[in-house]
Design a binder for this molecule. Structure first.
Ligand SMILES: Cc1ncc(COP(=O)(O)O)c(C=O)c1O
Length: 435
C-alpha cells in the first residue's frame, strides 16, 4: 500500500534532516501509525474478549515489542531467541504463545522455563514428546481439503503445519489424559489475505471444531486463535481489508456459538503485518545509474533490507523524495549491490528520472522485510529508526563487519575430533570420498 498520506506528508517534511543526521540507508518506523492501526483493529472486536499476540517474526525489534506490550498485546513466538526476547521485555507467561513446528527437545525445555508460556503443538506425535504436559495446551489445526484459496500459504493439504482434521479430537483427548486441563485452538492458514470473508471464515472453521470438542469431549475452550494473515494492500490497486466487516462477522459467529453451546471462548489473533507493515519505510540513496540492456538504478541498500521482492516477487511502492510531481519518467530496475540477480527492489518500474544522490523511499517494509534479512556476500543490514511525534531515534544500529565474526567464538569453535579408529581398514581413496 502506498503509505498513508498523513505519514508521507509528515515523513517527507522531515526526511532531509533525518538523512543529514543518520545517513542512508535506514528503515524508519512510524510509531504513531503502528499504535493507531492496532487500536483500530482491537476496536473491531470490542464486544468480545479479544487480544492480539503480536507475531514477533514480523518485526523482531525490542523497541517495537515494548510498544506492543504497552498496548496490551501478547506475543506469538516461533523460536527460542524470540521467546527470550519477549521474556526480556517482561512479557508474562500467559501473554506468550509458542508456536513452533518440527519442535526440538530444547525448545520444549525453554518454552517450559521461566513460568512457561502457552504451548501450541503442531502435531499429534508431539504430545508424547512434551517432557511435562503443561496445564494449558493449544493445538494448531490444519483443515486439509476443507479450505483452500489463500495464494501465499497455498492449500492446507500441502502445508507442513498443524494437526489434520482426523486427528484433532484425539489430540485433545490424549493431552487431557496426560494432564492438560485448559485448552486453546489455533490455526494459521492464510497470509496477506485481503478478503475479510476468508478471514472471518477462519473463525467459523475453529468454532466448528470447538463445537465438536464440546460435543465429543465436553471441552470448553479458553480461546480460539485465528492466527495472523490479515493483509495489507501492497499494490496501489489493492483494496484494504474491511476490518469492520471482518470484526462484525466474527462477533456474530462467536455470539451464535455462545447462544447454542452456552459459553464463549476468548478470541485471539496473532497479527504482525497488518499492524506494523504499512508503518515502516526503507530510505535509500541512488549511488549509481547504469545503462545496460536495461536501465538500472543502483541504491546503497540491498535485498537484506527488504527480502520480500526477491523472495516472493512482491510489489512495494517506491517514490523519490522531491519528485512526486515530476512528469519526466522512465522504466528502470531498482537494484542493490548483492551478487544475486534477484537483488532488486523493483523490476521494470516507471519512476521519475533520477540522478545520483536522489533519495528513494520504499513503502510497507514494517513487517517480514528486514526481519528476514541475511548476511550473504558479507552485506550488512541497515540501521533502524523510530519516528515518534517530533523525535527520531535509532533503535538498532547498522551491522558492522565484526558482527559477522560472532559465530567464530565460543560454542564448538576450535573443537576437533579424531576419527582414526572409525576409519581403520578404510582405504585412502575411500577416506577421501568420505571426507
Ligand atoms: C504462526 C504464525 N502466526 C502469525 C504470523 C503472522 O502473520 P502476519 O504477519 O501475516 O499477520 C505468522 C507469519 O508467518 C505465523 O507463521
Amino acid at each position: 500500500m502506498p503509505i498513508s498520506n498523513a505519514f508521507r506528508k509528515r515523513l517527507f517534511a522531515v526526511l532531509p534532516k533525518i538523512i543529514l543526521n543518520f545517513g542512508t540507508p535506514f528503515i524508519l518506523y512510524d510509531i504513531e501509525g503502528i499504535k493507531e492501526t492496532y487500536k483500530a483493529l482491537a476496536a473491531c472486536f470490542e464486544e468480545l474478549q479479544y487480544n492480539n499476540f503480536f507475531a514477533v517474526k514480523a518485526t523482531p525489534e525490542p523497541y517495537i515489542l515494548e510498544i506492543m506490550r504497552d498496548l496490551g498485546c501478547g506475543f506469538d513466538c516461533s523460536s527460542i531467541p524470540e521467546l527470550l526476547m519477549v521474556r526480556k521485555i517482561g512479557a508474562k507467561p500467559e501473554d506468550i504463545m509458542f508456536t513452533s513446528n518440527n519442535t526440538s527437545e530444547q525448545e520444549f525445555e525453554v518454552a517450559a522455563a521461566d513460568g512457561g508460556c502457552i504451548l501450541n503443538l503442531d502435531d499429534i506425535s508431539l504430545i508424547d514428546q512434551v517432557p511435562k504436559m503443561p496445564e494449558r495446551i493449544c493445538f494448531r489445526y490444519n483443515p486439509g481439503p476443507a479450505r483452500s484459496g489463500n495464494v501465499i500459504i497455498g492449500d492446507p493439504v500441502e502445508s507442513k503445519y498443524g494437526v489434520p482434521d482426523e486427528d484433532i479430537i484425539e489430540a485433545y483427548a490424549r493431552a487431557k489424559e496426560r494432564g492438560a486441563a485448559i485448552f486453546g485452538l489455533h490455526a494459521m492458514i492464510c497470509s496477506n489475505e485481503l478478503n475479510y470473508e476468508y478471514l472471518a471464515e477462519n473463525a467459523n472453521m475453529l468454532i466448528n471444531v470447538a463445537r465438536r470438542l464440546y460435543d465429543e469431549l465436553g471441552i470448553e475452550l479458553e480461546f480460539i486463535n485465528i492466527g495472523g494473515g490479515i493483509g495489507i494492500p501492497y499494490k496501489p490497486e489493492d483494496e484494504p481489508v474491511d476490518i469492520i466487516r471482518m470484526g462484525s462477522r466474527i462477533t456474530e459467529i462467536m455470539k451464535h456459538f455462545e447462544n447454542d453451546i452456552g459459553y464463549m471462548p476468548k478470541l485471539y489473533t496473532e497479527s504482525g503485518r497488518y499492524i506494523t507493515g504499512p508503518h515502516g519505510v526503507l530510505v535509500m540513496s541512488v549511488q549509481n545509474i547504469m545503462n545496460k540492456y536495461r536501465k538500472y538504478i543502483g541504491t546503497d541498500a540491498c535485498m537484506n533490507a527488504n527480502m520480500r521482492p526477491a523472495m516472493y516477487g512482491a510489489h512495494h511502492e517506491i517514490s523519490a523524495l522531491g519528485k512526486q510531481t515530476t512528469t519526466s519518467k522512465e522504466v528502470v530496475d531498482v537494484v542493490g549491490s548483492l551478487c544475486e540477480n534477484n537483488d532488486k527492489f523493483a523490476i521494470q518500474r516507471v519512476l521519475p528520472k533520477l540522478k545520483i544522490g536522489d533519495i528513494l523511499i520504499q513503502d510497507d517494509v514494517g513487517a517480514h522485510s528486514v526481519a528476514m534479512g541475511f548476511n550473504y556476500n558479507g552485506r550488512l543490514r541497515p540501521k533502524q529508526l523510530a519516528l515518534e511525534y517530533s523525535t527520531v531515534h535509532c533503535i538498532r544500529r547498522k551491522q558492522v563487519p565484526e558482527d559477522l565474526d560472532i559465530t567464530l567464538q565460543g560454542g564448538d569453535v576450535g573443537k576437533t575430533i579424531q576419527l582414526h579408529q572409525e576409519l581403520k581398514g578404510v582405504s585412502h581413496e575411500q577416506t577421501k570420498q568420505i571426507t
